[in-house]
Design a protein around this ligand. Sequence first.
Ligand code: NDP
Length: 241
Amino acid sequence: MTEFANRSAIVTGGARGIGAAVVKELVKAGFGVVIADLLVDDGTRLAESLAPHARFQILDVTDEREWGLVLDETEREFGPLGALVNNAGILDFGTVETETPDLFRHVLDVNLYGPWLGIRLAAPRLRAAGGGTIVNISSTAGLMGYAGISGYVASKWGLRGLTKAAALELGSSDIRVCSVHPGPIHTAMTAGLDESMAATQPLPRFGEPEEVAAMVRFLITEGTFSTGSEFVVDGGATTGQ
Ligand code: NDP
């Protein structure tokens, strides 16, 4: 039995990419993990491959009612909540002048309002369980600006700020809140991107989902004196900024 064997974790957007790698790391650490995602087929397949330590539950992170169902089901299946990873996120394309207001609002909804809802609803459960960890997956776009993805940049800076506000509010309940800022990582989200964009980084390549998941796992299982901080996993991309 590991230290986390009777604690549960939720990973939003956990069906594929970075989220799926985080799910596997947390199962290895001993958590019972709920994969909370819109992608039913990928999520169900991943849960089956990790049974009985993981299960899939449909979640649109912008839906408060679905969050309630996921939290109830998670604790019923795997015990008191120990960790929440706000990983689900979407990318927009378009300049401030060309992007539609609907798309901009939708990106903020999924990438910022979703994590805010998750923190709000998970906090009482983590407090009741004696504490826990929330990790918000931001981006290098939460540390600097990029042209052509204004909604994404605004949402990821917002998520970094939300991390700090929540860390201040929840620390006294032994709930730690940190943000992780990946650079370009090989996932479906970056499938169309030109890999030469990484050529000027100190480590001139895209990262792998497992390299981000290792940081998330560390923050949840070992980083017990860290809260409100940014943890960058970007091959050095922002080092010279
Ligand atoms: P993927 O697109 O591979 O996976 C994201 C998952 O989130 C998908 O399964 C997607 O489902 C799901 N999702 C999207 N919207 C919602 C929603 N409203 N509710 C629940 N689930 C949802 O992305 P990555 O693994 O690449 O990215 C994961 C996180 O890491 C994101 O927050 C992203 O911004 C961040 N990140 C990624 C980087 C990269 O280079 N890949 C770099 C920096 C940060 P569906 O496909 O059905 O929409």
